[in-house]
Design a protein around this ligand. Structure first.
Ligand code: ATP
Length: 369
């Protein structure tokens, strides 16, 4: 597979051609399929994908709970394959937190350090620092069975950060929290990462969580990494249909490539309209392609002849900050436009209207395959 995610910055974790097969013979199942990626030091890196795509398995391989069937895992250039989990400078925060309920908050945080036989004074000093870091000083002597879910999450984080690992692995750590707390903890996690400078590798199936927190995202499907990029790159320039579909809302259209541009390409829609489009890195599109247009990158206009597309308004859905317009196109099915609501400029569209859809130059993105 192509080597993805190489770039500036020192590399913390390098995966080279890593595969993991569970079972054997007819029951063999490839959970991770030839994955190569460089995760940089001090990076908030997210593995994003649907249930069963191999995210957790990849994390467990890095932690050392599983061994790769083939390939190599390096930490700062050193092969860590022979090291058992407890000898790796890597720690994990699990979805279940796995705290000791009969111990206090402080005792939970101290536990790993005591296992490492760190001197008492150092343990005390680190526990105090960690309590402060996660803002739990007031509850240091409370048993973890007597604190809230959000507070337990903070303790689990503090416990994992206390031995100062090079890399912190986080497996859906916020999924047990309610919506509001989850939003708070997202900001909190981001703060913890930048304050400690530790490399975070975060696993989630929640696209919004991935977009708001990550420096870079790897989108996974069926054991493969399909695309790696910043949240903005992944959202604005999805390279494949799966990525466009999984993250955000998408309109897919058929198009013909008229000519390559540098960068991008000129495309023609079935309506005859020509537009400039983005093109995935390394792709030389020609002939028939599929493009994606995000709903907020298009506008509904009253004159059906004015836009790049024309169609019939079938549904108007008001969302407070914006309105969604569902337009039935003659060839391409439904196209959804999202427009912000502005005071004093209430649009006067009605269901059944023939309308035009304006699409900005550069808004369509050509997809691979
Ligand atoms: P989820 O979000 O549901 O946790 P995931 O993306 O983390 O999903 P994994 O847990 O990595 O997915 O699992 C990937 C695939 O490998 C799944 O199909 C799973 O059934 C399979 N798998 C995982 N562990 C084992 C195992 N020990 N033995 C056999 N198959 C396994």
């Amino acid at each position: 597979a192509a080597r993805l995610g190489t770039g500036q910055g020192a590399v913390a974790i390098a995966l080279k051609g890593v595969s993991k097969v569970f079972g054997s013979g007819a029951d063999a199942f490839k959970a991770v399929d030839d994955v190569s990626v460089d995760i940089r030091q001090n990076e908030f890196f997210t593995l994003l994908g649907p249930s069963g795509c191999g995210k957790t398995t990849l994390l467990r391989l890095i932690a050392g709970f599983e061994h790769p069937t083939s390939g190599e895992i390096r930490l700062k250039g050193k092969d860590i394959s022979p090291l058992p989990p407890f000898d790796r400078p890597v720690n994990t925060v699990f979805q279940s937190y796995a705290l000791f309920p009969h111990m206090t908050v402080a005792q939970n945080i101290a536990f790993g350090l005591e296992m490492l036989r760190r001197p008492k004074s150092e343990v005390q000093e680190t526990v105090d620092r960690m309590l402060k870091l996660v803002r739990m000083e007031q509850l240091a002597n409370r048993r973890t069975s007597q604190i809230s879910g959000g507070q337990q999450q903070r303790v689990a984080l503090a416990r994992a950060l206390a031995p100062q690992p090079e890399v912190l692995l986080l497996d859906e750590p916020l999924s047990a929290l309610d919506y509001k707390l989850r939003k708070e903890m997202q900001i909190e996690l981001k703060r913890l990462q930048s304050e400690t400078g530790i490399t975070f590798i975060f696993v989630t199936h929640d696209q919004e969580e991935a977009l708001t927190m990550s420096d870079r995202i790897a989108v996974m499907s069926e054991g493969n990494i399909l695309q790696i990029g910043s949240p903005r790159e992944i959202y604005d320039h999805p390279a494949q249909r799966f990525v466009a579909d999984f993250i955000g809302e998408s309109n897919f259209l058929k198009a013909e490539v008229v000519r390559p541009l540098d960068p991008g390409a000129e495309i023609r829609l079935p309506s005859g309209a020509t537009l400039t489009a983005g093109v995935p890195e390394g792709m030389r599109p020609a002939g028939s392609v599929t493009v994606v247009v995000r709903p907020e990158h298009a506008r509904v206009v009253a004159d059906p002849a004015a836009g790049a597309l024309r169609g019939r308004l079938t549904n108007i859905v008001y969302f407070g900050t914006d309105t969604h317009y569902h337009v039935e196109l003659p060839q391409d099915g439904e196209f959804i436009v999202r427009m912000q609501n502005q005071r004093g400029s209430e649009a006067s569209f009605e269901t059944g209207d023939e309308v035009g859809i304006e699409i900005g130059d550069g808004a369509p993105q050509v997809l691979k395959d």
